[in-house]
Design a protein around this ligand. Structure first.
Ligand SMILES: Cc1cc2nc3c(=O)[nH]c(=O)nc-3n(C[C@H](O)[C@H](O)[C@H](O)COP(=O)(O)OP(=O)(O)OC[C@H]3O[C@@H](n4cnc5c(N)ncnc54)[C@H](O)[C@@H]3O)c2cc1C
Length: 538
C-alpha cells in the first residue's frame, strides 16, 4: 500500500508542480496593450470608397453613414474597375505577392461591399494569380490583360462530387489529341461537373483556369493502372491534376463544347452568378496548359513532370494558400467593423449599464486582438522585397509556412463568423438594415469558412501535421498526446486512416485545444481603445 501511495505521489507531484509553475509564470507574465490597426495604409484608404459615398442620399436612422452598397452586376463591375484603376495609379498592383494581396484585400474590405472584395479575389488571386504562378512567358500577355481587367476570368476547381476534396478527387479529364493537335477537356460524369464556380455564370467572364486529371496513352511511373475511354481510345489516368487556361465565352456567347448552368437564386454575393461548367470534348490549344511545373510531349501526348514534383496538384493548390490568408484577413476586417458599430452604439447609450452586453464586447475585443496580433505577425513573413522576389521564392515561402496557414484558415474565419453573429445580436434590430452591413459581413465570414478549403478540413489537416511532425506536443496539449498514444498503441497501421476518419469530433477538440493555446497565449491585453471607433461624416 505504502509503495502504491509513493508511486502515485512520484507520478502526480511532478505534474502538479509543472502545472503550478507554468500557471504562476503565465499569471505573472507582463502583458502588452495591443491596439488593432484599423487600416495599414490610411492615407489611401478613402480613395477606394465608391465615388458617391459621401453624396448618395442617406438612409434614415443610420449609424455608419447609411451607405447602401450596390449589388447589381454593372455597378459592382464598374466599382471594381474604378478601384483597380486607383490601385494601379498607386502602383499597388505592381506585384501580386501574398503580402501585398492581403493588404489590398483588407483595404477593400473596409471600404467596399463583399461583392467587390469577392470579385477582386477571384480575378486577382485565383485567376491572374494562377496564370502568373503556374504559367510561363507564353501566358504573360493574358496575365497582363487580366491585371488590367481587359480579360475577366474564373477559377474552376470544385466539382459536384468532390467539394472540399475537389483538388485531390478531380474527375474532369484532360488529354492530348495528336491528330487535332489540341488538348481535350471532358466532363465524364455528372459528379465531375465543375460547380460553385464564382462568376462563371456572368456573361462578362471570358476565361477560366480549369483543373483536370491528365490522361495519356502510357502508364506513368509508379501510378496505378486506371484507364478511361475517350474519343481517341483507351487512355490511362495519371496521378497529376493540371491547370489549363481556356476561353469559355466570346463576346458574351458561350463557346461550343462548354455548357454553363447559372445559379440565379442566391441570397449573398448577389453580383456573383455562380456557374456549373460541363465540358463535352472541348478542344483547346496545347499552349493553354499552364506549364511552369510540367511539359507536354506533343508527339505522344505524355505529360512530363520533374521528379521533385511527385504530385503536381500540390503545386497548383498553392494559389489556395494565398487565398486562405486573404479570406482570413477579410474576415478579421468584418469582425472588427461589426464590433466597432456595437461599441459605438452601446457606449453612446444607456445599454452600457448591462453587463451581459459589455462583458461580451470585452471578450470579443480580446479575441479580435489575439487573432489580429497572430495574423499580423505571420503575414510579416511574406513581406519580401518585390524587386527581387520570384515566383519560386513565393512558392517556397508558402510551402514552408503551410502549417500556420492551415491553422489560420481553420481558426480565424469561424471565430470571426461567431463574433459577427454575436455583434448582430447585441446590435439589436438595426443589424437587419442593409446599411449596417452586419448581415453582409455575417454572410461573408460564413462563406470564408467554406471557400478555398473548408475550415473543418483545414483543422484536421493541421492536426495531421502536428502528429506527423510531432509539433505542439506538450502536457498543455494533453488531448493531442492522448490521441496520438491511442493511435500508436491501439490501432494497427493499416487501420489508422479509418480510425482517424471515425474520430473527427475528437480531432476537432484536439485542434481547439492547440489553437486556443496558441492564440490565447500571446501576452496581450485589449481595452475599449483597442479597436478605434471610426469617425463618421457629419
Ligand atoms: C462564396 C463561395 C465562392 C466559391 N467560389 C469557388 C470558385 O470560384 N471556384 C471553385 O472551384 N470553388 C468555389 N467555391 C466552392 C468551395 O471551394 C466549396 O464550397 C468548398 O470547397 C466546400 O465544398 P462543398 O460546398 O461541396 O462542401 P462539402 O464538401 O459538401 O462539405 C460540407 C461539409 O462537410 C464537411 N466535410 C467535407 N469533407 C470532409 C472531410 N474530408 N472531413 C471532414 N469533414 C468534411 C465540411 O465540414 C463541410 O462543411 C466557392 C464557395 C463559396 C461558398
Amino acid at each position: 500500500m505504502d509503495f502504491f501511495i509513493q508511486l502515485l505521489l512520484f507520478l502526480i507531484l511532478p505534474l502538479v508542480l509543472y502545472f503550478a509553475i507554468t500557471t504562476f509564470l503565465q499569471f505573472n507574465r507582463s502583458k502588452r496593450h495591443y491596439i488593432c490597426p484599423l487600416d495599414s495604409l490610411s492615407d489611401v484608404y478613402t480613395s477606394l470608397l465608391p465615388t458617391d459615398f459621401y453624396t448618395k442620399p442617406q438612409e434614415r436612422g443610420n449609424n455608419d453613414g447609411g451607405y447602401v452598397y450596390a449589388s447589381d452586376v454593372p455597378t459592382v463591375l464598374q466599382q471594381l474597375r474604378t478601384v483597380v484603376a486607383t490601385l494601379h495609379s498607386q502602383q499597388a498592383l505592381a506585384s501580386l505577392d501574398p503580402y501585398n494581396l492581403i493588404v489590398i484585400h483588407e483595404r477593400l474590405a473596409y471600404t467596399n461591399s463583399s461583392d467587390v472584395v469577392n470579385w477582386f479575389t477571384v480575378q486577382f488571386n485565383l485567376f491572374t494569380g494562377s496564370i502568373t504562378a503556374l504559367g510561363t512567358a507564353t501566358h504573360a500577355a493574358l496575365a497582363q490583360d487580366a491585371r488590367e481587367l481587359k480579360k475577366l476570368g474564373c477559377f474552376a476547381l470544385t466539382e459536384k462530387g468532390a467539394g472540399v476534396l475537389s483538388g485531390l478527387l478531380c474527375d474532369t479529364i484532360a488529354y492530348y489529341n495528336p491528330e487535332a493537335k489540341k488538348i481535350v477537356i471532358h466532363t465524364p460524369t455528372e459528379d465531375a461537373k465543375k460547380c460553385w464556380i464564382s462568376y462563371a455564370g456572368n456573361s462578362q467572364i471570358e476565361y477560366a483556369v480549369v483543373f483536370a486529371k491528365w490522361c495519356q496513352a502510357t502508364i506513368m511511373n509508379s501510378s496505378k493502372e486506371i484507364s478511361v475511354n475517350t474519343n481517341i481510345g483507351k487512355l490511362f489516368i495519371t496521378p497529376h491534376v493540371v491547370a489549363i487556361v481556356v476561353q469559355i465565352r466570346s463576346n458574351g456567347v458561350i463557346l461550343p463544347g462548354i455548357s454553363i448552368e447559372e445559379c440565379n437564386t442566391r441570397s449573398d454575393f448577389r453580383s456573383n452568378c455562380f456557374g456549373g461548367l460541363t465540358f463535352t470534348d472541348f478542344h483547346t490549344a496545347p499552349e493553354n496548359l499552364l506549364d511552369r511545373y510540367c511539359s507536354l510531349d506533343t508527339t505522344t501526348g505524355a505529360l512530363q513532370v520533374p521528379d521533385n514534383c511527385p504530385k503536381l496538384f500540390f503545386k497548383l493548390a498553392n494559389r489556395l494558400l494565398v487565398g486562405r490568408l486573404c479570406l482570413s484577413g477579410t474576415a478579421i476586417v468584418c469582425a472588427k467593423s461589426a464590433l466597432q458599430l456595437v461599441i459605438k452604439k452601446v457606449y453612446n447609450s444607456k445599454r452600457s449599464q448591462f453587463s451581459y452586453i459589455t462583458d461580451h464586447i470585452q471578450v470579443m475585443l480580446q479575441q479580435i486582438c489575439e487573432m489580429d496580433c497572430y495574423f499580423r505577425r505571420l503575414i510579416k513573413r511574406f513581406q519580401i522585397d518585390s524587386s527581387t522576389v520570384t515566383v519560386t521564392n513565393i512558392e517556397e515561402l508558402l510551402e514552408k509556412n503551410i502549417d500556420e496557414i492551415l491553422l489560420i484558415k481553420a481558426y480565424i474565419p469561424p471565430l470571426c463568423r461567431d463574433i459577427v453573429a454575436k455583434c448582430r445580436e447585441l446590435y439589436g434590430a438595426e443589424s437587419l438594415l442593409a446599411h449596417t452591413r452586419m448581415a453582409e459581413s455575417h454572410a461573408g465570414c460564413y462563406a470564408n469558412c467554406l471557400a478555398e478549403g473548408d475550415s473543418v478540413v483545414m483543422a484536421q489537416a493541421f492536426v495531421g501535421q502536428c502528429m506527423r511532425k510531432y509539433k505542439h506536443i506538450s502536457l498543455r496539449n494533453w488531448r493531442l498526446l492522448w490521441f496520438m498514444m491511442k493511435i500508436l498503441v491501439m490501432v494497427p497501421t493499416s487501420k489508422r486512416i479509418k480510425y482517424i476518419n471515425a474520430h473527427q469530433t475528437e480531432i476537432m477538440a484536439v485542434f481547439q485545444q492547440i489553437a486556443n493555446g496558441i492564440f490565447q497565449n500571446q501576452g496581450i491585453y485589449s481595452s475599449l481603445q483597442s479597436i478605434p471607433v471610426p469617425i463618421t461624416k457629419t
